[in-house]
Design a protein around this ligand. Structure first.
Ligand SMILES: NC(=O)c1ccc[n+]([C@@H]2O[C@H](COP(=O)([O-])OP(=O)(O)OC[C@H]3O[C@@H](n4cnc5c(N)ncnc54)[C@H](O)[C@@H]3O)[C@@H](O)[C@H]2O)c1
Ligand SMILES: O=C(O)CC[C@@H](O)C(=O)O
Length: 526
């Protein structure tokens, strides 16, 4: 497996990757976009920080790529939707650099309040200018935190240590949780109007882009100071420039910029704005943490299929993965069965039941079913990441529900597929030893393995049909490995699931279909 390291990765992470005998690490020094484009087609994984832009165009020429690892938090430099459409997993290392970013925020806040960078510069120039650098304390000032996630929470804690009054706005956090963290949850307008310092800690999304703009700046207190150690696009930089020049905003501390580096930005000329070049995560500890985390996550995925911290797939712990694995195989095989029996598929209804499936995350199972359904149909590579998108594209409706019914099994998956007004359903269970079995097919009860080449023959339940099937297949030199029989409660119809050693040619299937007692014959490869 070849892993391309695009941006600087701490040696601890590199060592983990290099120690694996199955892995070849390509770590060119600060590779250009052209070099990345050249090497990527041969790579199974790539690791980036914020420098490399992973665009749809770049991914178009990455046929082997299975995973993009972001050694950090923000994935806004990766076109996640384009990666998902190509079945490429995108993972980050949430929280691994949160302490560094929170401490950097505090460093910027203090430096901004006491003009530390400007005073340093003035002394370098030979001055001793005490009057010019009169500052403000943090003590008893009001801090407004937008985004009370991992970093916002640490900032709140540190600000409380400085005895600041801390306001917080985060639509996904309740006022009760905010209060437990020692903060007062407020609507944004209140935060703008009450805060002496405002610090941003949200991801960059369509909703948060230009969160600080002319309108919101006008709602802020005169003399407010703004810190941004999250993402550049959160602030309309032109509006901020104007508000600082007019004196409405007393100063700003910026670690991140709409364009990085912010060459030519007029903000760089303002004496009351201080800057760092996206250093929020630049502590030794944070870089060790993110590099180790991403290296292990990538190996776990490539070698064992364990998915952690993916932004385009539900995560699961190694323990959950162990328990889910047989169900994921069952789910995929049930999907695979239906994908070959029904076309075009219009609707899929999934029911999960049994005690084991009450506790486990179900999204990986639903995605396994989607993968199984589409695999036999589509030419393109279908995997757990792109299968849900491909279902949507094909306008296939899907519902998934969890029920407590057990029917004596620890975990059951029932998949019902609707096509041309007809419904077919298949129910599977995991048996001891992680054996997977089809236990119901429409109304038939059975216990058939879900693997290999199988004929599904439905017939009128009259004597001689099974003998006829055996003889016909024998004529074509096709050996039967095993056979599972069942019939309807009314005893009028029966089904035979016949595992074959070799595929039956179309002539053999037609010879079976020629018998008027045989209602349908389908061959599926599981
Ligand atoms: N400067 C750096 O080097 C650096 C380092 C690490 C992280 N970051 C950035 O810091 C930011 C926060 O990272 P984190 O690890 O705390 O992420 P997080 O996901 O833990 O927290 C983000 C919080 O923002 C909240 N949020 C989402 N939309 C919001 C909205 N419209 N209004 C208010 N709150 C909203 C979420 O509910 C969440 O609680 C991210 O943008 C990340 O990329 C920057
Ligand atoms: O990698 C970096 O230096 C910055 C990381 C930071 O922006 C993040 O979102 O984690």
């Amino acid at each position: 497996m070849r892993i391309l390291i695009c941006d600087g990765l701490h040696p601890q992470g590199l060592d983990i990757l290099r120690a694996d005998p199955d892995v070849e690490v390509l770590a060119p020094d600060q590779p250009s976009a052209e070099l990345i484009r050249e090497i990527l087609p041969e790579c199974d994984a790539m690791v980036v920080r914020s420098r490399t832009k992973v665009t749809a165009d770049l991914l178009e020429n990455a046929p082997r790529l299975k995973v993009i690892g972001r050694a950090g938090t923000g994935v806004d430099n990766i076109q996640v939707q384009a990666a998902s459409a190509r079945g490429i997993l995108v993972m980050n290392t949430p929280g691994a650099n949160a302490m560094a970013a929170a401490e950097h925020t505090m460093a910027l806040m203090l430096a901004l309040a006491r003009h530390v960078p400007q005073a340093t510069q003035s002394m370098r120039e030979g001055r001793w200018d005490k009057k010019r650098f009169m500052g403000t304390e943090l003590y008893q000032q009001t801090l407004g935190i937008v985004g009370l996630g991992k970093i916002g929470t640490i900032v709140a804690d540190r600000a409380l240590g400085f005895k600041m009054n801390v306001l917080a706005h985060d639509p996904h956090i309740t006022p009760e949780t905010a209060a437990i963290l020692g903060t007062e949850w407020v609507e944004l307008d209140k935060l703008w109007s009450r805060a002496d310092f405002i610090t941003l800690h949200t991801p960059l999304t369509a909703e948060t882009r230009n969160l600080i703009n002319r309108d919101t700046l006008s709602k802020m207190k005169k003399g407010v100071r703004i810190i941004n150690c999250a993402r550049g696009g959160l602030i309309d930089e032109e509006a901020l420039y104007e508000a600082i020049v007019s004196g409405h905003v007393a100063g700003a501390a910026l670690d991140v910029f709409a364009k990085e580096p912010p060459e030519g930005s007029p903000l760089l000329r303002l004496p009351n704005v201080i800057f760092t070049p996206h250093l929020g995560a630049s502590s030794t500890q944070a870089q060790e943490n993110v590099s180790r985390a991403i290296a292990m996550q990538i190996l776990d995925y490539l070698k064992r299929g364990i998915i952690r911290n993916a932004v385009n797939f539900p995560s699961m712990s190694a323990r959950e993965y162990d328990r889910l694995r047989p169900y994921m195989r069952l789910a995929e095989q049930l999907g695979h069965l239906h994908g070959q029996l029904s076309t075009p598929i219009e609707r899929v209804d999934i029911e999960y039941s049994g005690p084991e499936l009450q506790e486990l995350p179900l999204d990986p199972l639903t995605q396994s079913i989607a993968k199984g359904l589409l695999d036999p149909i589509l030419a393109e590579k279908v995997n757990l990441v792109n299968a849900p998108l491909l279902l949507q594209e094909r306008k296939i409706q899907l519902t998934a529900t969890r029920t407590t019914a057990t029917q004596g099994y620890t975990g059951l998956i029932r998949v019902t597929v609707e096509s041309k007004g007809q419904k077919k359903s298949a129910t599977g269970a995991v048996f001891p030893g992680n054996e997977i079995r089809l236990i119901r097919f429409n109304t038939y009860r059975l216990e058939a393995e879900l693997e290999g080449i199988n004929l599904i023959v439905q017939n009128k339940d009259t004597p001689g049909v099974i003998g006829f099937i055996g003889t016909t297949l024998g004529t074509f030199h096709i050996n039967i490995a095993n056979m599972h029989l069942s019939r309807t409660p009314e005893k009028d119809k029966a089904v035979a699931i016949i595992r074959l050693d070799t595929e039956a040619p179309e002539e053999a299937l037609n010879a079976l279909r020629a018998n008027p007692m045989i209602l349908s014959v389908e061959q599926v490869r599981l």
